[in-house]
Write a protein that binds this ligand. Structure first.
Ligand SMILES: [Zn+2]
Ligand SMILES: [Zn+2]
Length: 96
């Protein structure tokens, strides 16, 4: 599975704690439209090269609270996004 690296990260205690803290700091308000934010987006997309670098993955400066709509626009995709994980139509985890 090509994307297991990301799945491991997105289910890690470090990420969940980081994301929860950040989303609370933004009061779960979308930073783009003011709607209800449900997704913590990495402004610098996570790749196999940077996923083990906490300065990228766990850095509030690099996070953005987004609602589902704005997150979909950001990734220019109609793929299903659930809680930071993006899946293709077959349910496979994908990363842009
Ligand atoms: Zn929004
Ligand atoms: Zn994103």
């Amino acid at each position: 599975m090509a994307h297991d690296y990301a799945k491991g990260f997105y289910t890690s205690k470090e990420w969940i704690e980081c994301r929860t803290g950040y989303m609370q700091s933004q009061h779960y308000v979308c930073e783009r439209c003011g709607g209800v934010a449900s997704i913590c987006h990495h402004k610098e997309y996570i790749t196999p090269a940077n996923i083990s670098d906490p300065n990228i993955t766990l850095n509030w400066e690099r996070l953005e609270a987004l609602c589902q709509t704005c997150h979909n626009i950001e990734h220019h995709t109609s793929n299903i996004t659930v809680d930071g994980l993006t899946f293709d139509s077959k349910g496979n985890l994908i990363q842009k």
